[in-house]
Design a binder for this molecule. Structure first.
Ligand SMILES: Nc1nc2c(ncn2[C@@H]2O[C@H](COP(=O)(O)OP(=O)(O)O)[C@@H](O)[C@H]2O)c(=O)[nH]1
Ligand SMILES: Nc1ncnc2c1ncn2[C@@H]1O[C@H](COP(=O)(O)OP(=O)(O)O)[C@@H](O)[C@H]1O
Length: 219
């Protein structure tokens, strides 16, 4: 009798995945990311390095690793990043440490990065990457959310709005697109995408022995 391996519930002997959430600023990726991390203990966050100032409530090392431009440039030179990009006049980068070893051990990582970083990660490790893009229900609602968040000046909000359409134009570089209208509905869809991707045949390396056993000629 073939034993159903523990991988049948996708927890073991599976290569981890890089779950990327991108959106125009204010569409809700931080909110969805936080919900996903609270909901799914197997998901770890890829904490980015940034040169932007911390927002009130943001914790160094948890939300971002905050560095000066000089420190960031040195990290680039030292080959510290899997990818990095300039966004809104600041530098952002994904540290290599943790991620590579974690993926091999079957751990999944969540990335809140922009389309430039998404392209770089996809080019480097296409099979590990799942790309999800969140859209706001309208530009008016996007402006309302950026204003209601209360973290940016009117000038910064205007800059983010001005960039929103350029960012939306990259939507075709993603595997999945979800409109974040109602937060719970959007979250459910993101959870479903993750569940399906964890069951992808290519990632379930631990199932090979089980399937071979099932295919053995019966005597
Ligand atoms: N390429 C890249 N983009 C990042 C990284 N970390 C954050 N970003 C993106 O930088 C943009 C600005 O992020 P942030 O300053 O937190 O503002 P937000 O858009 O309101 O979340 C967002 O599009 C993030 O997804 C990173 O490590 N690499
Ligand atoms: N579906 C939603 N409906 C209403 N407000 C939302 C929704 N999703 C996020 N928000 C709010 O919009 C603001 C921007 O969301 P945030 O997650 O910070 O966006 P991002 O990380 O994409 O910049 C926050 O104040 C958040 O609470």
């Amino acid at each position: 009798m073939a034993q159903i391996p523990e991988t049948h519930d996708d927890t073991l002997h599976r290569r981890g995945l890089m779950f990327i959430l991108s959106s125009p600023s204010g569409a809700g990726k931080t909110t969805i990311s936080r919900k996903l991390l609270a909901h799914d203990e197997r998901m770890g966050m890829s904490v980015s390095v940034t040169t932007r100032q911390p927002r009130p409530g943001e914790i160094d090392g948890k939300d971002y690793i905050f560095k000066t431009q000089e420190q960031f440039d040195q990290m680039v030179e030292d080959g510290h990043f899997m990818e990095w990009a300039h966004v809104f006049g600041h530098s952002y980068g994904t540290p290599k440490s943790q991620i590579k070893a974690g993926l091999k051990e079957g751990r999944d990582f969540l990335f809140d990065i922009d389309w430039q970083g998404t392209q770089q990660l996809y080019q480097k490790s296409e099979t590990d990457v799942v790309r999800v893009f969140l859209l706001p229900p309208s530009l008016d609602e996007l402006r309302r959310r950026l204003t209601a968040r209360g973290t940016d000046s009117a000038e910064v909000i205007a800059g983010r709005m001005a960039r929103a359409q350029a960012e939306i134009s990259h939507w075709d570089g993603y595997d999945y697109v979800v409109v974040n209208d109602d937060i719970d509905t959007c979250f459910d869809k993101v959870v479903q995408i993750l569940a399906a991707e964890r069951l992808s045949r290519a990632r379930q390396t631990g199932l090979i022995g089980f399937v071979r056993e099932l295919m053995r000629p019966e005597v």
